[in-house]
Design a protein around this ligand. Structure first.
Ligand SMILES: *Cc1c(COP(=O)(O)O)cnc(C)c1O
Length: 357
């Protein structure tokens, strides 16, 4: 606390990211990073951009990020005018909150969801309302339609539950609330869902955000994007150009563009993660865990006879890190990132010791 802080800063409660400890040999299954390296084309593109002496770094990058926007557009068969890029999808989301989500009626999101949303609401003074997930931790679209929201945002698959909403439900929601901005945060969609990008041409109110942090193994490069009709993209660009004209540096633009262009590598690594996830879900189920159906690169699990915080501490003693949220309704769950096959095996055998089977 300082007398020099603005009043708004005094009232903030910032997002707390998962730990990034610097411990040798740690099995890190707590922040949903991809266990595999990015496409080799990413490294080559960054090296080419750097050149032998880094001479290009003296010049500002393209403020419009056009090459990356074109690569994203190419991936989804849309136009570059439908694509906004930013320094992580968190930044894209932050701009979205300011550009599209502040209205007379409250912004609505699930009671259990990505914990950055309430943080942005506090930062931008956006009124919000939490809509409870059903008893099976699923989003019910009708709950939103009935409540007459000013705007709606949720991840699909939801985080930290991993549960996927069918594309038809999103189509229905966007159609039933045509005057309400609907934001679908698809941070994990590549691990088992169908992207709502295909609905964007039909719905002027729909914006879809994605990140290269998870399915493209680039959490360290900080790149995300949004896809929507050009009027929505223009709104985001107005905010961006009122904040930072060059959010993506030259190396990030080069690397992210290469990642978006390498569809084969992307599909192969996603398939590996999905196979490991399904195998780990079966193993944990056999150990007596309830495993929520996951379409993401993590599992959300609880055990009827073992406390989640105790299990998390036991794993940590065995140098395995998972995420435990000390929050209502989910404090008996653990969120476990799907690692390599080897890491999943290590997690499974540690759990076997801890639950005593
Ligand atoms: C990881 C995550 C993000 C943020 O991704 P970055 O691009 O790394 O900022 C956004 N939304 C959800 C639901 C996430 O889990």
């Amino acid at each position: 606390m300082s007398q020099f802080w603005s009043p708004v800063v005094q009232s903030l409660s910032p997002y707390v990211p998962g730990e990034q400890p610097k411990i040798e040999g740690l099995i890190k299954l707590n922040t949903n990073e991809n266990p595999y390296p990015p496409s080799p084309h990413v490294v080559a593109a960054i090296q080419a951009e750097l050149g032998s002496d880094g001479d290009r770094l003296k010049l500002y990058p393209d403020p419009t990020g056009l090459a990356l926007r074109a690569a994203v557009a190419g991936h989804f068969a849309v136009s570059s005018d439908n694509v906004f890029v930013g320094n992580s999808s968190d930044e894209v989301l932050a701009h979205t909150f300011l550009a599209l989500l502040k209205h007379e009626r409250p912004l609505m999101f699930p009671d259990i969801t990505y914990s950055f949303y309430p943080v942005y609401c506090a930062l931008y003074g956006i009124e919000s309302e939490r809509v409870p997930l059903d008893a099976h931790f699923a989003i019910r679209i009708d709950d939103y339609i009935e409540r007459n929201p000013g705007a709606v945002i949720f991840p699909n698959p939801n985080a930290p539950t991993g549960r996927l909403l069918p594309l038809a439900d999103i189509d229905h929601l966007a159609g039933r609330l045509p005057d309400v901005p609907i934001i679908i945060d698809e941070a994990y969609i590549d691990f088992g869902g169908q992207s709502a990008v295909t609905l964007v041409a039909r719905h002027a109110n729909l914006l879809v955000t994605q990140t290269l942090s998870k399915s493209r193994s680039l959490a360290g490069l900080r790149t995300g994007f949004a896809v929507g009709q050009s009027a929505l993209i223009e709104g985001l660009t107005r905010v961006k150009d009122s904040f930072n004209s060059y959010p993506l540096d030259r190396l990030a633009l080069a690397g992210a563009t290469a990642a978006m262009q390498d569809r084969v590598y992307f599909e192969q690594t996603c398939a590996r993660v999905v196979a490991s996830r399904d195998r780990l879900a079966a193993t944990l189920g056999a150990l007596g865990f309830e495993v929520l159906p996951s379409a993401a690169n993590f599992l959300f699990v609880r055990h009827a006879r073992h406390d989640a915080a105790t299990l998390s501490a036991g794993l940590r003693e065995r140098r395995i890190l998972v995420r435990h949220f000390n929050a209502p309704r989910i404090d008996q769950f653990l969120r476990i990132t799907v690692g390599t096959e080897q890491q999943c095996d290590a997690l499974a055998s540690a759990m076997e010791q801890l639950v005593g089977q």
